[in-house]
Design a binder for this molecule. Structure first.
Ligand SMILES: *Cc1c(COP(=O)(O)O)cnc(C)c1O
Length: 354
């Protein structure tokens, strides 16, 4: 029996994808091999790779002047990769600080370039009119969805600089306009597939400017020139990501995902807002559709909440230690029934202890 797993990442994968992978695990497409055992240079694996990229381009609506790179090192390596690929050491770059992931990006970038923090907030996104932008900045960096507090941009900010956005915990969760951004990057283990892979969607004119001492495997040009196969990629993660992209397309693409995700998150926020027992601290206009955080007014009941939810098959609801409370990560693969079960559990818990 599968539980509903609310982990922030690695997170649930669609059951249909897991079953397909299981069915073809030992013998992929009558090759007599697992996809894991295949040369990444083989014709068969190249087909997997090309299909995966084509499907991602289709479901995300990626224009032809954007390149799609499949990279190592997770989203975190791009915290350094972004400044190394786009700046020289004495340049200035603008970063909006909306929480822990913004701060990690700022800290890493600061090792390579002069970072100007344009605004800072924890449970909201400061109004863009208040951002202290630097005229000479090479780019503007944002974190599209702060996974720990559950703060999400509902649209792209407006800027005449390239916007670089960390989409790790919201990629493919709703329709976006890729051309609003210069670079979109994301680790796989939330909405794409298993860990071990990250994607960089980059406007082609932003490739080819890396510092001369950039390691080959951090240089976007290297990935672009070698179909992301300068060295051996995480082949099994690529394959599974491809199955997830096919699944999203079958569900009706990101338009359908967006409708479902908005509905799922609204069920939780409506319950929390109506409750005397639970609360959410995030500005309602920027609440995340992917990570719904909530706290119990009586924190003495936190342990009971976690224990009883686990016993009910609702797993990993403990909030991040940097923020506390609870967090329900409800990415694309979390079925709506999982959210319904959590809503019912929370109502029962409140009735029992209120
Ligand atoms: C999970 C996460 C990361 C880190 O991803 P890794 O792939 O583990 O490096 C970065 N940014 C955000 C917003 C995340 O949610």
């Amino acid at each position: 029996m599968r539980a509903f797993n609310f982990s922030a990442g690695p997170a649930m994968l669609p059951e249909a994808v897991m079953r397909k992978a299981q069915a073809e695990f030992l013998n992929w497409n009558n090759t007599g091999m697992s996809v894991m055992e295949m040369s990444h240079r083989s014709k068969e694996f190249m087909e997997v790779a090309h299909h995966m990229e084509a499907t991602l381009r289709e479901i995300m609506g990626i224009p032809s002047n954007y390149k799609v790179l499949f990279v190592h090192g997770g989203a975190s390596l791009q915290f350094a990769g972004v400044p190394m690929n786009l700046t020289e050491a004495d340049d200035v770059v603008d970063y909006v600080n909306t929480g822990v992931w913004s701060q990690k990006a700022i800290k890493e970038a600061s090792r390579y370039v002069n970072v100007n923090e344009v605004a800072k907030a924890e449970n909201s996104i400061p109004a863009p009119e208040t951002w202290r932008l630097s005229p000479e900045a090479k780019y503007l960096h944002i974190c599209q969805n702060e996974t720990i507090t559950g703060v999400e941009y509902q649209s792209a900010p407006i800027s005449d600089k390239p916007i670089i956005s960390d989409f790790s915990s919201t990629v493919l969760s709703r329709p976006i306009n890729v051309s609003d951004y210069g670079v979109i990057y994301a680790g796989a283990q939330k909405n794409i597939g298993p860990a071990g892979l990250a994607i960089v969607v980059v406007r082609e004119d932003l490739i080819g400017q890396a510092r001369s001492d950039t390691p080959n495997l951090m240089n976007w040009q290297t990935y672009n020139d070698n179909e992301s196969m300068f060295n051996t990629p995480a082949t099994f993660s690529w394959y599974l990501a491809g199955l997830v992209f096919d699944w999203i397309k079958e569900q009706g693409g990101v338009d359908a995902m967006g409708e479902i995700n908005q509905r799922k998150s609204k069920k939780l926020y409506d319950l929390i807002d109506a409750s005397e027992f639970f609360y959410n601290e995030v500005d309602p206009s920027v609440r995340s559709w992917m990570n719904v955080t909530f706290k119990l007014k009586n924190t003495d009941l936190d342990a009971a909440f976690l224990e009883e939810s686990k016993a009910a098959g609702l797993l990993s609801l403990k909030g991040h230690k940097a923020y506390g409370g609870m967090r329900a990560s409800i990415y694309n693969a979390m079925p709506e029934e999982g959210v319904d079960a959590l809503v019912q559990f929370m109502k029962n818990f409140e009735a029992k202890y209120a």
